[in-house]
Design a protein. Structure first.
Length: 167
């Protein structure tokens, strides 16, 4: 091969490698020994942020798997929406070192982020209350009240036959 083809192949692999290196949460957990100590690219939805001084824990959810990410507090402040029942959290991409059992954080599985980017802003979900659930809840409350009064009535009828305490 000529040196030009080798040079072009080298540039191609250098450009494609970061794209191939984007790992899913499931792949990271299932192959944690393989990825331990390597630099990975990880994407997902922010579902939790806890600031600890100059650093922060950011929990990122990817296809049902959440991984804790240790990053600078300034990076965590970029997150505007945290995912919960009523919100879809910001979508982020980070590059950092994956630890199967981090010695700095008590042996937990985590990623120490070197770069942290908000790719897409989160949004609020419109979740109207379910009329079926409201009706079922009301029915259960009525049934519970009816049961309490029925049991109370039965107890009073028994006391007429044999007064409490037994005399």
């Amino acid at each position: 091969m000529s040196w030009k083809i080798c040079f072009l192949l080298a540039i191609f692999f250098l450009l494609v490698t970061p794209l191939v290196n984007a790992e899913s949460g499931k792949a990271l957990i299932e192959n944690s020994a393989y990825f331990d100590g390597t630099i990975v690219t990880f994407r997902g939805e922010v579902i939790g942020v806890i600031t600890r001084g100059d650093y922060a824990w950011v929990n990122i959810l990817d296809n049902g798997v959440a991984i804790g990410v240790w990053c600078r507090a300034g990076d965590a402040r970029k997150v505007s929406v945290v995912g919960d029942y009523r919100h879809i959290g910001d979508n982020v991409e980070l590059v950092g070192t994956f630890h199967m059992a981090c010695p700095e954080h008590g042996g937990d599985l985590d990623i120490h982020a070197d770069s942290f980017t908000v790719v897409a802003a989160g949004l609020e979900l419109d979740r109207p209350p379910s009329l079926l659930l409201v009706a079922l809840s009301a029915a259960f409350v009525v049934a519970a009240i009816f049961t309490v009064f029925s049991l109370r009535h039965i107890r009073k009828e028994r006391e007429k036959i044999m007064p409490w305490p037994f005399q």
